[in-house]
Design a protein around this ligand. Structure first.
Ligand SMILES: [Zn+2]
Length: 350
């Protein structure tokens, strides 16, 4: 987009000045560094990112939209389901979007598919500790309740996908979900099989929980079809190379996103990493001023200044403070209503 704008301006300028005008100077190839740069340990470990460039790992669709914060609770009465394979997926990749949509009126639920048994700092205590953390993540992001399905961690492709899908359909109908956030089921470069299973199950459940005849016993039990009209698929940033058509400005919600990640104390790159680094330095008689003087401040600033750098760099690209990237799928056009309207306008007497 920026390149297209640059070319457009150049052509117009040349035409106005005539053929003798000097050609526009070539775009600088000097590496750019976002303001307030600090190294991102997370990005470096995942992608081999060079600290001297601001790379772009996404492909942007022609219909790219920048979604900005909206006042006056436009989503009041709507229900959001944020579905994750693991307790750190939603807070890391789309904690800002969840906080934004809750602030705009959504009632949100956090649904975790795995039991996170294979992840955690303390071997053998993963399931209980991560369950506790998952509940806390939901609370920090403003969700009303957290659900866990407890499928085995990193073995989700060994479970029957149709069972996961059916459980999601049931919950979507019970909760009357309107909008979902989950991992992109078409992220070809995601190494974690759980993310793809979760994404596929959610995508199919969105459609099947509608007004079709699937699982009619649900209706017999008093449930109603869910009307899921909007989907946000997140890439496993930043190395997903996904086709992105929506950039969400999460600048006002970055501190909530930070707190959501700190809540993952047993796993993930955040949690108590800041206070651990602070203690490690203190044992050597050192301190990092950026971390502050208390354990909570060390945890907060560690996450905000080191782990949120990917989303800050993405924001810089779009002149925003912080941003998250999504493949957004909006409501289908209302063909039946349009056909009826056309018929009313054009029908003639027999
Ligand atoms: Zn994950």
């Amino acid at each position: 987009m920026q390149r297209r704008k640059f070319i457009g301006k150049s052509v117009l300028g040349g035409a106005a000045l005539g053929s003798t005008a000097k050609p526009p100077a070539a775009a600088s190839t000097k590496p750019v560094r976002p303001k307030g740069y600090v190294p991102s340990a997370y990005a470096n470990s995942r992608s081999g990112w060079s600290p001297f460039t601001v790379p772009d790992y996404y492909t942007y669709a022609d219909d790219l939209v920048i979604e900005t914060p909206q006042p006056n609770k436009p989503h009041q009465g709507k229900v959001l389901a944020a579905v994750q394979a693991h307790s750190d997926d939603i807070p890391l990749y789309c904690g800002g979007l969840v906080a934004k949509l809750v602030d705009e009126g959504y009632t949100a639920y956090l649904i975790r598919i795995s039991n996170d048994e294979a992840a955690g700092r303390t071997l053998g205590t993963g399931v209980v500790a991560n369950e506790k953390d998952n509940q806390e993540v939901a609370r920090e992001l403003g969700c009303k309740k957290a659900f866990s399905f407890y499928y085995r961690n990193h073995r989700m492709d060994d479970a029957a996908e149709i069972e996961i899908r059916q459980r999601l359909i049931f919950l979507f109908r019970v909760l009357q979900v309107n909008t979902i956030i989950t991992s992109d089921p078409y992220n070809h470069y995601d190494e974690n099989p759980d993310h793809l299973v979760a994404g596929r199950a959610v995508e199919a459940a969105c459609w099947l929980s509608g007004a079709g005849k699937d699982y009619p016993e649900h209706y017999r039990a008093g449930l109603k079809p869910a009307r899921i009209r909007e989907k946000y698929y997140h890439a496993r940033s930043p190395n997903g190379h996904n086709l992105i058509n929506r950039i969400v400005d999460i600048t006002p919600y970055i501190d909530t996103k930070v707190r959501g990640n700190i809540a993952n104390k047993n796993k993930g790159p955040a949690g108590t990493a800041g206070s651990r680094l602070r203690a490690e330095l203190a044992a050597k008689g050192l301190k990092l001023p950026l971390l502050g003087d208390t354990e909570p401040s060390a945890d907060f600033h560690y996450v905000k200044h080191f782990l949120m750098e990917d989303w800050k760099r993405l924001g810089v690209r779009f002149s925003l403070g912080y941003a998250e990237a999504f493949r957004y799928i909006g409501p289908d056009s209302q063909h039946s209503q349009e056909i009826r309207k056309y018929a009313e306008q054009h029908a003639v007497k027999l």
